[in-house]
Design a protein around this ligand. Sequence first.
Ligand code: BTN
Length: 254
Amino acid sequence: MSFDLVRVTAQLVTGEITWSLHYEPSCDSTQDLAREAASGGAAPGWTVTTDLQNRGRGRHGRSWTAPVGKALLFSTVLQPPVDVVPLLPLLAAVTVAGGVELSTGAAPELKWPNDVLLNGKKLAGILLERPPGSSLILGVGLNANQSATELPEGATSLAVELGHPVEREALMAAILNDLGNAYERADREGVDWILPGWRSRTAMLGKPVTFRRDGVLVRGLAEDVGADGALLVRTADGTRLSIVAGDVELVRPD
Ligand code: BTN
């Protein structure tokens, strides 16, 4: 069934972010559409969703594919307060997980910097891009109704885990509402609640991690996340490394 924007609008709460929703039946990438909109002056809250991407992209230059009409795919233009910007990768993951939980009852886990897992498999990916100008583009790909055979290795969908299809429109509204609430909270209270929110949803702290830095595999223990959103890793020789998202590729939480 094709995506029904009206159902999203009906469930959206307007707060600090005024949402402006758009739908394209198919496109190369919603990231490109949002980037074009931002460069044409679109205000924060401009959001586009689609049923099919022909050139969907993920982090680290990977592609992101999903069969038509099964996944929730959207990109939104944001201009977060400056103190939120470094924490946005973590905050975005917290809001996607929060939206999923509110909408379906499933409680996802987070993997630094912004993977959303369910039962140890990847449920959603988040891509943050910073085109020229003051806007950031937040892209979300959430596996909603794919069957097990329609998913890449290591991934899962809500339909697979819950045993029934889910409504993509309700998921999108829940995620956007959570994002709006997060903006308001950051305005009211500052950003100190973001890291505890992320920590409460991750299982990777205290566990071994392997990541690739400049082509070299490095192993260590994930100790914490820093105030700047970096992953703090203790290596075998006792060195504490501060891993910044984008600089390294986390190969696996072992
Ligand atoms: C990742 O690698 O985990 C991030 C994947 C992000 C995919 C989403 S789907 C909607 C938006 N459009 C894209 O081309 N990518 C993002």
